[in-house]
Ligand binder design. Sequence first.
Ligand code: ADP
Ligand code: CIR
Length: 357
Amino acid sequence: NVDKEVMEQMEEGFKKLAESKSKSLLKKHLTKEIFEKLKAKTTPSFNSTLLHCISSGVCNHDSGVGLYAPDPEAYKVFADLFDPVIEEYHKCFKKTDKQPATAFGKGADFENLDPDGHFIVSTRVRCGRAVKGYPFNPCLTEADYLELESKICGAVTSLTGEYKGKYMPLTGMDKCLQEQLIEDHYLFKEGDRFLASAGASRFWPTGRGIFLNSAKNFLVWCNEEDHIRIISMEKGGDLGKVYDRMVGGVEALGKQLQFNRDERLGFLTFCPTNLGTSIRASVHIKLPNLMCDPDEMKKLADKYRLQIRGTSGEHSEAKGGVHDISNQRRMGLTEYEIIKEMHDGIKGLIEAECKAR
Ligand code: ADP
Ligand code: CIR
């Protein structure tokens, strides 16, 4: 049952969003009809409401998407809203479509995207995982955060070989070290308003932390947006090598933790943009000629199904002409095919940059 106060907040938020100029996928797909159909529903295990799902987009009209799943069941209970958003974000993943089985393939198939080092500063590949048996951020208790952290910390600190490293909890972390790790692109930022209003910052910094291997090219984020983010990154454009390192880490962790994967949606994540493979493969890249015309650049990126972000990640500015360009969709293709889509797109952009000289 949805209580009166929540219902009033929901009605108010919906009205304001509907009247706004927001370009979010939430605004586009939360029609009056869908709102009325879903507003009294709750998820069976956690009692999550439609308000949990839409609060980020309702508070932040500048959201690109604006929708989050408070718990795994929300994708089914509120499917009338999630499905069209998923379909549009992931470029036509229809409600009758099914995420293919995991297939990582071999990174060695991909050549270095920038062997002479003219364009690419660094390459990063990440994926997200949810641990079976737990909801997402808005429904986690303080005890859940600590329990999850202890499980994840146990798994990462038992990694061996090139993955061997150290777990650093955010609680008690030296401020200078935290800022340096953020600036160096290792650690997630603090105070993201999109996440905060989605209910993802409760009990912060409890249960949050980062694992870093000794070579500083393999990382695991604990309890930020997702329970787990597994990341491989290094300078230069050797996508295959970076990808293979991430895959090795995911497989090693999968032997110790049970990941939550849905038959249709693939790996379950808090944000619907990360479902499916949950992979975002990005380069920090300089394309000065193409970037002279941002509208043309955006069109070209769309053609290759690539997304452009700023240098410090989503919702940030591009510093020194360096942009973060990655695959936009994460669903409907295997892991290998997602990497190939990004690889081919970046290759296309570099060719276009050379022609524009
Ligand atoms: P994600 O959704 O992958 O977590 P964000 O956009 O929040 O991504 O970025 C997380 C961090 O990763 C930021 O500090 C960002 O600058 C960094 N990052 C992303 N791609 C690269 C890259 N290719 N090289 C170096 N750092 C990167
Ligand atoms: C937004 O809607 O802008 C944030 N909630 C982030 C959405 C995820 N970003 C993306 O495009 N992959």
